[in-house]
Unconditional design. Structure first.
Length: 154
């Protein structure tokens, strides 16, 4: 259990493949092609849990756990752009689309972020609407607000 609820981890022996909230676990599994989730911890999941514990405790601003992003080329570019957003900062979907070199792809960028398979560690919670309002979040707006608040206090 975490301060934002139960988290589910999907990992190979080499990398974290998925990290989702209880409410979107099945969607994450489906996107990754995982039918049955076996609750078995390995060294990758152990590292992810330890780093998240430090993050929630205010002792970590970035993550070193190896990840393997699985998606379309556009999605992977969008998710990699998320990793470049500094801790405690936010950008708009419009700014992210511009960074991807596709300024008219604001909706596609938002859709890609909504399919981010590795919540928190790939920080799609740091992307907000152009007017500064929260927009969507797979974990729900309360969790997005909570993560942004946690980061703004540091």
């Amino acid at each position: 259990m975490s301060p934002v609820g139960k988290l589910h981890f999907i990992a190979s022996e080499e990398a974290l493949l998925g990290l989702g909230f209880d409410q979107n676990q099945q969607a994450c599994q489906k996107r990754l092609g995982v039918d049955d989730l076996i609750e078995q911890e390995n060294s990758v999941i152990g590292l992810a849990k330890a780093e998240l514990l430090e993050y929630f405790g205010g002792k970590r601003r970035s993550f070193t756990v190896p990840i393997a992003l699985q998606g379309t080329e556009f999605q992977k570019r969008a998710w990699e752009a998320l990793r470049g957003i500094p801790f405690g900062a936010t950008i708009s979907y419009r700014e992210q689309a511009r960074e991807l070199g596709q300024p008219s792809a604001v909706r596609a960028t938002g859709t890609a972020n909504g399919r981010n398979p590795i919540a928190i560690i790939v920080p799609c919670h740091r992307v907000v609407r152009h007017d500064g309002s929260l927009g969507g979040y797979a974990g729900g707006l309360a969790i997005k607000a909570s993560l942004l608040e946690l980061e703004s206090r540091r």
